[in-house]
Design a protein around this ligand. Structure first.
Ligand SMILES: [Zn+2]
Length: 407
């Protein structure tokens, strides 16, 4: 089986994860695909293939050199996003894309157009795998799985490429933020690893947000409105004042690149009590700490004006920027850059405006940057992946194995 054939087989499995799911994996259907992959890993000759009861699948490609080479790993996730159906995916290959509109479904007039998705223009002349307009594609992250699988086949078939021991890890529930949760870093036993879960060809990511959630509770005092003069304190109005004093130009819709933000994600209120939910994001650890301090300070300011205990703030850290874990081992970035370039693409380092499984793994002791898998427009019907991008991702894995042994 070749790379594309594998990918097309994988997207036929519905592996949507669910925020409502209770166990791990969050949906049983992920386990069905995990078992299929378990057999395939054995069939291509990998060793120590093991699938645990939570859907975490590990395997080993043994070293073929006597030299001492660090064990490294490649990781991808088996689930697809809860945001869009991944059932009965019917992929189609648009050969030698001509740069125009791609009709996904003629009856319903569903079209992927470069006017709406300008990134299409970077892939003219390539072969694009698209959906039929009713589901997502699942290139996130089945492209990553196919690339890793095919790279292992390639390395086995090319014994002249000397490499150390390579570990493969496939995990469930990445899309609901739980992919790294039960990942057994000790059993995986790698010095470092890469998630194959990025987007556009050439991308390499080793920075993500520091993240916290803040719950702001405002207490008021309800009195009959006809007799309220000098007595009533309306929690909603105080909450509105809190919102007004937050920096209005530091929100998701006004920031990009390395700019952090405060994001009001929810508000729920009565005169008696109003709760504001914020998420706080910044790549820079010090600025991140300053942002959290600012929210607390604002609460104190309002307490000074309205009485002690009017506003209380609970801040909970969610995840941190993996950069601080990757910086001491920058050779793992150098190797990835060289490998990407050796596979024939320009390497583009980009800071993630979010988190990744790799960030959590990095803090669990496994430094884990993220490499492109090639897919675009994730989590919806316009998702597509160029065949040529997948081939380059596959070769990047091969080159990383080779370069790691040459160090
Ligand atoms: Zn993904």
């Amino acid at each position: 089986m070749e790379l594309i054939e594998r990918f097309l087989k994988y997207v036929s499995f519905d592996t949507q994860s669910s925020e409502e799911g209770e166990g791990c994996p969050s949906t049983d259907k992920q386990m069905v695909f995990a078992r299929y992959l378990e057999n395939e890993l054995k069939a291509i000759g990998l060793e120590e293939v093991s699938l645990d009861e939570h859907g975490y699948l590990y395997a080993t490609l043994p070293a073929n050199t006597e030299r001492e080479v660090p064990t490294i790993g490649f990781i991808a996730h088996i689930d697809t996003s809860p945001d869009y159906s991944g059932k009965d995916v019917k992929p189609r290959i648009v050969e030698q894309y001509d740069g125009g509109d791609i009709v996904l479904c003629a009856e319903e007039g569903i079209v992927t157009s470069p006017k709406q998705f300008p990134e299409l223009s970077d892939h003219v002349g390539e072969d694009l795998i698209v959906t039929d307009g009713y589901t997502l594609l699942g290139a996130d992250d089945k492209a990553g799985i196919a690339e890793i699988m095919q790279a292992m086949v390639y390395l086995r078939e090319h014994p002249e490429i000397k490499r150390g021991r390579i570990r493969v890890g496939f995990n469930p529930d990445e899309e609901i933020g739980m992919g790294a949760h039960l990942f057994d870093v000790e059993k995986f036993g790698c010095e470092w690893a890469y998630t194959m879960d990025g987007g556009e060809v050439g991308e390499l990511e080793f920075e993500n947000f520091n993240a916290a959630a803040a719950k702001v509770t405002v207490r008021g005092l309800n009195v009959h409105p006809g007799y309220a003069k000098g007595k009533m304190r309306n929690a909603m109005l105080t909450a509105a004042e809190f919102i007004r004093r937050m920096p209005s130009d530091e929100t998701p819709q006004t920031t990009e690149g390395y700019e952090g933000f405060y994001h009001l994600t929810g508000m729920k209120g009565t005169v008696e009590e109003t709760v504001l939910s914020y998420i706080i994001r910044d790549h820079d650890r010090q600025k991140f700490e300053n942002r959290k301090a600012f929210v607390r300070q604002l609460a104190e300011e309002l307490n000074a004006e309205n009485g002690e205990g009017t506003v209380t703030v609970e801040v909970r850290d969610q995840y941190y920027n993996m950069r601080e874990k990757v910086e001491p081992v920058m050779h793992i970035i150098d190797i990835a850059k060289k490998a990407i370039e050796a596979s024939g693409v320009e390497c583009r380092v980009k800071a993630i405006r979010g988190g990744t499984d790799g960030a959590q793994l990095s803090f669990k002791g496994l430094p884990c940057p993220n490499i492109f898998a090639g897919g675009l427009n994730f989590h919806g019907r316009h998702e597509f992946v160029p065949v040529q991008s997948m081939e380059k991702a596959m070769m990047t894995i091969v080159k990383i194995a080779e370069l790691t042994a040459l160090r």
